[in-house]
Every structure is written in C-alpha cells, then in structure tokens.
Design a binder for this molecule. Sequence first.
Ligand SMILES: NC(=O)c1ccc[n+]([C@@H]2O[C@H](COP(=O)([O-])OP(=O)(O)OC[C@H]3O[C@@H](n4cnc5c(N)ncnc54)[C@H](OP(=O)(O)O)[C@@H]3O)[C@@H](O)[C@H]2O)c1
Length: 303
Amino acid sequence: MRAIRIDRFGTPDVLRVVDVPEPEPEPAPGEVLIRVAATAVNPVDEKTREGAIGEGTPPLPMTLGWELAGTVVDGGDSGLRAGEPVVAMSHQLASGRGTWAELVALPAAAVARAPRTAGPAAAATLPLPGLTAWQTLDWLAVEAGERLLVAGAGGAVGGLALQMARARGVEVDALVSRDEQAAFARAHGAGLATTDRRALREGGYDAVFDTFGAFVTGAVADGGRYASIATQAGPVPDLSGRGVRTTVHQVREDGAALGELARLVDAGALRPRVHAVFALEEVRRAHERFRRGGLNGKLALVF
Ligand SMILES: NC(=O)c1ccc[n+]([C@@H]2O[C@H](COP(=O)([O-])OP(=O)(O)OC[C@H]3O[C@@H](n4cnc5c(N)ncnc54)[C@H](OP(=O)(O)O)[C@@H]3O)[C@@H](O)[C@H]2O)c1
C-alpha cells in the first residue's frame, strides 16, 4: 500500500510516497482497520518533517499524519461495521501511527462515525483542530453569556473554536492576522474581529483561547482563564497573582468527542474550512503551499 514517509528531516523534498507493507488484515483487540480516503496537513506535520519537535519524535523512517476520513475495513469488536464512513485522530508523535497511508489500524476509542453532510476531504480536516478546540474550550469551561477572546480565530483550531463557542452561546471576540480572517470571524458570529491587539478590551474577557502564542494576558479578567495551545511558544506567563488559571493544552485522542463534533457538523453549527485539496502524490506541493502561509482553511490530501 502507499504511504507518505520521511527517512530524514528537512524541506518538503524529504517527503516520499512509498510502498509499505499493509497492517495485519485482522485488527488487534480494541482496534479498527480503516481504509483512508482523505487526510490533511497540520502545523505539527511541518515541524515533524523539519525535525523541529526534538525529544519525543518517533524513529525514522516514519509515516506522518494526525487525522483521517475513511471507511471501516474491519471494525473488530468496536461495533463499527465494514464500509461505515469514519473519522479519527491519531497522536502520531506519541504512537508513531501516521494517518498518511492507505490502510491504518487505530484504537477504536479514537474513531468516530463521520459527519453525513461533509465529504471526505472536509471531514478529514476536522479531527485534530476540532478536538484541540473542543478540549481546550472544555478546560476553559466557558458558559453561555460569558466573554471569550480567540486569538488566531481565522486559523484551523481558532476557526472551529469560534464556531463551537458560539454554538454554546458564548460571546466571542476575535484577534486575527488579516482582513480576510476578520471577515470570516464576523461571518461566524464574532462581535469584535480585529487585527489590532490594542483594540481588545483590557481585562474584558472571562476566558482567552490563544492559538498562536499571542500572550494577550492583559485582556483576561482577574479570576479568569487563559489557555494556549502554542506549545512551542512556551508556557503562559504566571497570572496566579490575578487569580487567572493558565494552561498549555495538549490534544488527546477522543472518539466520543469527535462523534459530538461530527453531529455539530451535521446540525450546521460547525463548518470545516478547506482552502485546497491535493492528491496524495502532490504532498510535496501541499507542504510548499502550507509553508507559504496566507491560507483560508486547511489543505486536504485525497487518496
Ligand atoms: N497543543 C496542541 O495539542 C496543539 C494542537 C493543534 C495545534 N497546535 C498548534 O497550535 C497552533 C495553531 O494551529 P492551527 O492548526 O490552528 O494553525 P493555523 O491554521 O496556521 O492557525 C494559526 C492562526 O494564527 C494566525 N496568526 C499567526 N500569527 C498571528 C499574529 N501575530 N496575529 C494574528 N494572528 C496570527 C494565523 O494567521 P495567518 O494564516 O495569516 O498566518 C492563523 O490564522 C500551531 O502552532 C499548532 O502547531 C497545538
């Protein structure tokens, strides 16, 4: 079967579509065998390809990729039937199980039924940013009527966090990078959408969801919550003197939550945003495009 692998770190040139052995046809207990239809590119894939992750990087050669949309080949004892469309996130750094392969065996607990209303390319862009947004919002525990600031609301995680928070009845403001992203944020229910951090309400937010290491700590109210997901930007400054709880959230596999996200998509409350779709063989071009930035949505890879 085909898989996208690297055997050394570097530029997109190190990405190779290679022929690798298929997983065992019978999944191990607790696992599901999936035929992948589509996957997507995430910032972590670029960092892994470059060798920028450091400690905790799986050994070379490795198959890259954190998310997939596909169909069940063998559901084992999971209750999923052969042929059912599914989505899944695989913590590629922790497990070494990359999703950029034609067949992938994953723990059943990481797999969910796919949204009925999204095609494979769109569905494949949901798992990693969707779970990151969902889990971080859970940590922030924002409730209807509270004020949330999303920094990076035009990005993959931020765009989904904005939509999920709005679906929970939260008032959301957006700090974004460009006018196009401000328009996206407004169209998805942001009150204020600005590229200017000086326009944010000082101390005006019950919670801040920081997706790029903005560290706009002055915006969070005393006694509030501040979560970053920008692991490589380092920890959030200590705000305990103001009674503000802080965290740098690390995403976890969670098929049950992913099922909730699929239902939100089908209910029209959550729209994955796809900038462009590439064929598997075009993976280097996809990474070059990713590197250039200025994206309005994710890059999907179809098999
Ligand atoms: N901790 C975890 O478990 C976890 C999970 C998922 C992702 N992450 C990390 O979280 C980050 C975001 O992921 P993502 O997939 O959402 O990436 P993304 O789609 O690239 O989103 C990042 C967003 O931040 C914006 N941005 C960057 N610098 C900005 C600035 N100075 N002012 C305003 N906006 C700015 C970007 O705008 P432009 O498009 O204009 O650059 C983009 O819209 C990445 O570093 C990723 O590695 C961590």
